[in-house]
Design a protein around this ligand. Sequence first.
Ligand code: ATP
Length: 332
Amino acid sequence: MLKVAVIEGDGVGPEVVRAAESLLERYIDVELVKVAAGKSYFMRSGRPIEEGGLDRIRECDALLKGPVATPKRDPSYPSVNSLIRRSFGLFANVRPFKSYEGISLRKIDTVIIRENLECLYYGWEVDDEERAIAMRVITRRGAERISDFAFRFAKREGRRRVTAVHKSNILRKTDGLFLDSFYKTATRFDLMADDEIVDAAGYKIVKLDNAFDVMVMPNLYGDILSDVAAGVVGSIGLCGSAQIGEEFAAFEPIHGTAEDIAGKGIANPIGTLIAASMMLDWLAERGKVGEGKGGRIREAIDSLLREGTCLTSDLGGSCGTEEVTEEVLRRI
Ligand code: ATP
């Protein structure tokens, strides 16, 4: 039987992950393996993740994850997110943004592919009384690997254009290397390849319909532009993501712990359900579940949002997390 590891996470994490769990339990033959991790677990146990937790995840076919809090200024707390990314070599963060009529600000059908291990997220910082310095690392291997991933992804998904996002006019060496690696990789594919400066990319996502197709970029730009794109979609609660490595992948909503609405039963579960659908796509590519299951979840979500009768409060509705989940399940 398929085994999926589950980290509930913090804040609204347990509520939205519960939604995806009930979907998976009712939709496929699966054993869900709970692994305790995150800030709330750290407060209780002094550990970011339960003992042997990474090994238990490794024994599973994939990981479903809720958002995990990283305290803003507590150096004693290691980030669970980066622990998981590094332990499983999850170098590609894939974030689809698709508009829904009547909900989104404008038309968008863009996939942001974010390099997931480098850039400013190495966490190398030094400071003294007067200065604080962060180290930004782009490697040729990392830039070529994420570019190759983006082109392969575009080809598989029948997309035509891949845009590299950068700031190489200022960051000549780091983003220059990223851009060179991107164009070198592009020569191996018969797809359109172009590039855009990061600030202009943000502007165009907001200002134009369908400004981009597949976008590939260093870590920090991906982090920021994802939230911009989610705003255009209509709510950060509608967007899911996959973190993919050579052997393993983790799936989660793109939003954070949303402490302001945690425990109220009103968080939008759709981003996590989309993440679950992406997990089924990834497992289907490996022959571990049947084809088309992920697509059926997304169709059910499309139909629910088109009708607009059962929406959570971030979309102006009054339905709770459970009602929306039940409604998606009913449509599947
Ligand atoms: P973090 O530091 O963990 O990223 P954050 O507060 O900066 O947390 P989010 O948790 O993503 O960022 O929250 C941003 C805003 O979006 C908040 O107002 C939150 O209530 C809202 N939000 C996030 N996720 C959802 C969701 N699933 N449903 C409804 N609203 C959400």
